[in-house]
Design a protein around this ligand. Structure first.
Ligand code: 5GP
Ligand code: MG
Length: 178
């Protein structure tokens, strides 16, 4: 039994969507960039491409940081969200953009938003590359969404199956082939 990945979003489609999202975020935030908070590990490739697509005028003032969140064991959400790591940068009084690769049940993002609230940002917006609305259990206000996906377990571009496949430059679904 060999596993093959069926591609849902290839490199070109991802790149075009990331550029469009970056432009939208830039237009909404005016002169000062928001503090970018990525959810490790899944958000990293998406967040790095997003940062590079932001306006050059933001380069000097762009601040980013990470929070660690885990909820999945294999391809099964445990519903038990573990948040680790504290922000090094201060978000007090600042606009914040939380970036993740995928919002599924919404529990991770809800926990992150709740956690960030304690640090008194002036505003928090959510940006996710993928949104799986059919799986939602907790409402999450997503402002920037790359693609909507059906109820499939996806891998690649940061997203893993037991830590594998994160390095794929595209997003797809693992399929067993005989
Ligand atoms: P939630 O808390 O919204 O159920 O799950 C969010 C987190 O679960 C994401 O940050 C991601 O790490 C993981 N996740 C949710 N759906 C998928 C999926 O289809 N594939 C992968 N690889 N991870 C997922
Ligand atoms: Mg994650």
């Amino acid at each position: 039994m060999a596993a093959a990945v069926r591609v849902l979003f290839d490199e070109g489609a991802i790149a075009r969507r990331v550029s469009a999202l970056a432009a939208e975020i830039a237009a909404d935030h005016g002169g000062r960039p928001p503090v970018i908070v990525g959810i490790r590990n899944g958000a990293v490739p998406f967040m790095m491409d997003l940062l590079r697509a932001f306006p050059v005028s933001w380069n000097s003032d762009l601040v980013f940081d990470f929070l660690d969140a885990t909820s999945y064991a294999g391809s099964c959400s445990t519903g038990d969200i573990r948040l680790a790591g504290d922000l090094v940068v201060s978000v007090e009084g600042r606009e914040v953009l939380v970036v993740d690769g995928i919002v599924d049940t919404g529990r991770t993002m809800a926990a992150v938003l709740n956690h960030l609230g304690d640090s008194k940002p002036s505003r928090v917006r959510v940006c996710t590359l993928l949104d799986k609305p059919s799986r939602r259990r907790v409402a999450v206000p997503i402002v920037y969404r790359g693609f909507e996906v059906e109820d499939l377990f996806v891998v690649g571009y940061g997203m893993d199956l037991d830590q594998r496949y994160r390095g794929l430059p595209y997003i797809g679904v693992v399929e067993e082939s005989a």
